[in-house]
Design a protein around this ligand. Structure first.
Ligand SMILES: *[C@@H]1O[C@H](CO)[C@@H](O)[C@H](O)[C@H]1NC(C)=O
Ligand SMILES: *[C@@H]1O[C@H](CO)[C@@H](O)[C@H](O)[C@H]1NC(C)=O
Ligand SMILES: *[C@@H]1O[C@H](CO)[C@@H](O)[C@H](O)[C@H]1NC(C)=O
Ligand SMILES: *[C@@H]1O[C@H](CO)[C@@H](O)[C@H](O)[C@H]1NC(C)=O
Ligand SMILES: *[C@@H]1O[C@H](CO)[C@@H](O)[C@H](O)[C@H]1NC(C)=O
Ligand SMILES: [Zn+2]
Length: 946
């Protein structure tokens, strides 16, 4: 599955901050922890799972029966349009599906019971047949266990025999869901009215998303990732629709006027969670073939396809697929690759083998309406999902505790793929850093989890869901990058190829990966003990900060935690690359938590020393104050002597060390002085991101005035640098410069640089005066809309709302939806919050992102906090995202008490962990503010005094 790309997420974050207003929103927002405990299924997870080891099994299926293939018939009974409207509020939609399946399995150990998974399906009498002699085996009883096991237990009159293949037939019936998971229906507006009174041209489709444990809600199956099988699928569907599946269509015939049947070719041998189908009236781009072997098509709403919005996705997918095929030296294993843009999905995208599903906003590109920068998001998410066709689909983790083997690799390789196929983006370094910092952020809390936790910590569906977090995605990618650096890129790639080729169509765990990289290391004459080094990074939580004293050459490591009252003796096997004026090439290893002394670290003739060159290591670095001063002086005088990534990292380390109280907060602030003359995106971006914490902690206090004055002063040069472009509503060619220009406007306007506010309101007024015909260039829209609405009032808001409602164009709607949360007027924000309760105004899928955007606005945060408590059941689906958004400014004992009371009084479900983390973070914030407020105020005042 996919999270939003690092860039968009972090961009959103920084916007927010510097403004105290909001840009994070519908496209850039992400369902971060996709966990959902459905209100329909509120069974709490037992705090101590039962511990019996004899039958019945506790949480894993027994391994006595191994599935080989499924033959599946499914018939979703829904209408693509509602023809007979009983009345307006209760359309006559059936929302049922029926089906049957025959699973063939091999008996490797005699047993009288069959266990598989089934959840929420009405199952008919099962039939078990011995495939050797075609004789039936009588069933004595069946029992469907409840959540969390969801086992379907079938007791037999006689034992199944070892070595024999059996089949199990089951007919079943289930519900098509309205929320986008398992098998669900989605609604979209399209086309001409279908009947009298059909004003929106409302249409329905049915799709699936089954990762991690929802296949059992669609058909009874052995729903564990290593129990792979071949799927022979047949879909019966309405005649006006088309069915898409993992594999190619073999044949599609009409049954009668209403129904059609589509038979698919067998899938490759694959895990149940990768099963998918879609039944819709969507149409596709012309297939584009990277070779004769694979046809790539992208499906979307007919209008979107007709307008060419799916073309970029097809073109870039073809290039990316080709890149992976040559990089891994293993071909994509199917003859077709279908991508589809769905109106609704509970993840940003899902990598189903051969049928990759995306949220519409993440896949479609509208020439003239989408920001050109949106291409980066599209390319990144496609690159992520296509990497899964190898990492996840071809080779799958044995169990969900190693899900990072899917997500870490997909995240890691997507950056390289995009850089290869779209070289003009020039953002590889930024994407790497941005991912690294997302992992750093969450992994600095004592409540973090190991990248690869023990099996017993990841048993039940809720625990499995919890694994889809930033640690899995971004720490996963970061430790892979570190490993590639340690063993060398060439050796790493060699090991990866062996890993993919040896485990294809099978499953692997983390030790298998280490084993194969080790093989490559040994072949290439390396000496690294891969498992020994890497297990220190994947099997324990957190990461270290190393401290280098350049006076005496002493160096040591320590677990880096924001909350330093937490005692930790963890240590890591870590390689340190350092440079001074001349780079030193081979790394120096630190292998304990003892202090060691190295002459290399003594600075000669007062030179600075810089460690973790190009940030390949997953750790932070602290220095003695003399070395810090020399580094910051270098930045202010001749920054190019320090590699770009490290210019950003120094700022990031300084701020985070200050946050953990390892250095003084003034050191962090001093590290932003050089920005006055900095024109590169990465350092500016990281400074903006880090100042976010200051803004969140202080934008409701008297620090805000001097802080804004300082930021105006720093950003003026950058703003002026782009002024010729901005004032003439244009942008430079290079994507990296475009990002910088937008950031400059964002920082300048949100801190009240008068020429910027004037420019934004002017551009918006011009657009209003022309009644929307005089368009703002797409790339500047987000920032101009938001800034103009922040500076404006009701007139601007209503105009934007009007455009939001009437726009048929997704990109424009998303930009406006986010900008509407930027206003400073409380009553407008309140009204916008109320609108989220009305699906006619704000689509259900946009509720969480909309409220989050409002919460990120300093003027809207308290409103949003009250709102989610008042409507907790309604916003459950997005509870994790919302808890995160509303608690970010919490820094007073009163807020802590409120949050704790909330934790006690509400049924938290999936948000339980988010609340625990928010409580911990609030405590940290309270202490930090009380210790630093005076110093920070003084610093900003003195910097802006002259
Ligand atoms: C529409 O149908 C619902 C559910 O059957 C019913 O409660 C409601 O009264 C109906 N409304 C009208 C206007 O007939
Ligand atoms: C709508 O519901 C009515 C009453 O349940 C039923 O008779 C009718 O066939 C349904 N119409 C459609 C199109 O399903
Ligand atoms: C399974 O369902 C399909 C489609 O409805 C049907 O044609 C077939 O007869 C069913 N199989 C059995 C054994 O009932
Ligand atoms: C889709 O296209 C049709 C025909 O071109 C048009 O009438 C309709 O308004 C469009 N619908 C949407 C939602 O864009
Ligand atoms: C660095 O080493 C010098 C000399 O031993 C010592 O005086 C100083 O306190 C050390 N600084 C830090 C930050 O450890
Ligand atoms: Zn993924």
């Amino acid at each position: 599955m996919s999270k939003a790309t690092a860039a968009s997420k972090a961009l959103a974050a920084a916007f927010v901050v510097l403004t105290g207003s909001v840009i994070a929103g519908i496209i850039t927002m992400v369902i971060f922890y996709k966990t959902e405990i459905s209100p329909m299924n509120p069974t709490p997870r037992p705090t101590t799972p039962p511990t019996t080891t004899s039958l019945p099994p506790v949480f894993r299926l027994p391994r006595d029966l191994i599935p080989q293939s499924y033959e599946i018939f499914l018939q979703p009974d829904f209408y693509t349009k509602i023809i007979e409207v009983v009345n307006v509020t209760s359309p006559n939609q059936t929302m049922l599906f029926t089906g049957n399946s025959t699973v063939s399995f091999h008996c490797v150990q005699g047993t009288r019971a069959i266990y598989l998974h089934s959840d929420g399906l009405a199952i008919s009498e099962p039939v078990v047949v011995n495939k050797n002699n075609s004789k039936k085996v009588a069933v004595s009883s069946t029992k469907n266990h409840e959540y969390p096991s969801n086992f379907l237990e079938i007791q037999l009159d006689e034992a199944l025999e070892q070595g024999v293949t059996y089949s199990l037939f089951l007919a079943f019936e289930g519900h098509i869901r309205q929320s986008p998971y398992a098998m669900f229906a989605s609604k979209y507006a399209e086309g001409a009215p279908a009947y009298e009174g059909d004003q929106d041209g409302e249409r329905f489709l049915v799709a699936t998303i089954l990762e991690p444990t929802y296949a059992r809600k669609v058909f009874p199956c052995f729903d564990e990732p290593d129990l792979k099988a071949v799927f022979h699928v047949t879909i019966v569907h309405r005649s006006e629709t088309q069915a898409l599946g993992n594999a190619e269509v073999k044949e599609s015939n009409g049954i009668d006027d209403d129904w059609k049947v589509t038979y698919f070719h067998p899938t490759p041998k694959m895990s149940t969670y990768l099963f998918a189908f879609v039944v819709s009236e969507f149409t596709s781009t012309e297939p584009s073939a990277p070779s004769d072997r694979v046809g790539i098509e992208t499906y979307a709403r007919p209008n979107a396809t007709r307008a060419g919005h799916a073309q970029y996705a097809t073109d870039v997918a073809a290039k990316i697929l080709q890149f992976y095929e040559s990089h891994f030296e293993i071909n994509y294993q199917q003859q077709k690759l279908t991508q589809i843009a769905l109106p609704d999905l509970r993840a940003e995208a899902m990598e189903n083998w051969g049928l990759v599903t995306y949220k519409e906003g993440r896949l479609l590109y509208e020439e003239g309406a989408s920001s050109p920068l949106h291409k980066e998001d599209i390319a990144s998410i496609i690159a992520h999902e296509l990497a899964h066709q190898w990492f996840g689909n071809l080779v799958t983790m044995k169990w969900w505790n190693d899900i990072w083997l899917n997500e870490g690799f997909a995240t890691y390789f997507s950056i390289f793929a995009v850089d290869q196929v779209e070289p003009s983006f020039q953002l590889k370094e930024w994407h790497i850093m941005s991912n690294l910092h997302r992992a750093f952020e969450d992994d600095a809390l004592a409540s973090s989890h190991p990248l690869s936790p023990p099996l017993e910590d990841v048993q039940w569906p809720a625990e499995i869901e919890g694994m889809f977090d930033s640690i899995t995605y971004f720490k996963g990618a970061a430790v892979l990058r570190m490993l590639a650096d340690i063993v060398s890129e060439g050796t790493f790639t060699k090991g990866i190829k062996m890993y993919l080729s040896d485990f294809k169509y099978g499953s692997a765990d983390q030790d298998d990966l280490w084993g194969h990289i080790q093989k490559a290391v040994d072949q290439d004459g390396g000496r690294t003990d891969v498992a020994k080094v890497m297990n220190t990074w994947t099997k324990q939580i957190g990461y270290p900060v190393i401290t280098i004293n350049t006076t005496n050459g002493e160096i040591y490591q320590k677990h880096f935690l924001f909350n330093d009252t937490y005692e930790s003796n963890l240590w890591w096997e870590l390689p340190i690359r350092v440079m001074s004026n001349a780079p030193k090439s081979s790394p120096i290893w630190l292998r304990s938590n003892n202090k060691v002394q190295k002459d290399e670290f003594i600075s000669k003739k007062g030179e600075w020393i810089l460690a973790n060159v190009n940030c390949t290591g997953y750790f932070r670095v602290n220095y003695n104050s003399e070395n810090w001063e020399r580094l910051l002086t270098q930045l202010e005088t001749d920054p190019d002597k320090i590699p770009l990534m490290n210019r950003g990292q120094l700022v990031d380390d300084a701020f985070n060390l200050a946050r953990a109280e390892l250095v003084d907060v003034t050191l962090a602030l001093n590290s932003t002085r050089f920005l006055r003359d900095e024109r590169d995106f990465l350092p500016w971006k990281l400074a903006a991101k880090n100042l976010e914490y200051f803004v969140l902690m202080f934008d409701r206090s008297e620090v805000n005035g001097p802080m804004q004055a300082y930021l105006r002063q720093q950003v003026k040069g950058l703003y002026d640098f782009f002024r010729n472009y901005t004032d003439s509503s244009t942008v430079p060619e290079n994507h990296s410069l475009q990002h910088t220009q937008i950031l400059a406007i964002e920082v300048a306007c949100s801190n009240g640089l008068p020429e910027c506010v004037e420019m934004a309101t002017g551009m918006f007024a011009n657009w209003m005066a022309s009644n929307g015909t005089n368009h703002i260039p797409p790339i500047l829209r987000s920032v101009i809309y938001c800034q103009a609405l922040a500076a404006g009032g009701r007139e601007e808001w209503d105009f934007a709302w009007d455009k939001f409602q009437s726009s048929t164009d997704t990109a424009e709607r998303d930009q406006l939806g986010q900008a509407l949360a930027c206003t400073k007027k409380i009553w407008l924000l309140n009204r916008y919050l109320e609108y989220t309760l009305d699906p006619e105004k704000i689509r259900r899928m946009d509720v969480g992102p909309t409220i989050s955007s409002i919460a990120r606005n300093v003027a809207g945060q308290a409103l949003a906090w009250n709102f989610i408590r008042a409507h907790w059941t309604y916003v459950q689906w997005d509870s994790v995202m919302l808890v995160d958004a509303v608690t970010r400014r919490f820094s007073t004992p009163f807020e802590l008490t409120e949050l704790e009371r909330f934790g006690e009084d509400y049924h938290l479900g999936a948000a339980t962990m988010a609340v625990v983390q928010a409580v911990e973070q609030t405590r940290v914030n309270i202490q930090w503010v009380s210790e630093n407020k005076d110093g920070v105020l003084q610093w900003f005042e003195s910097e802006t005094a002259s």
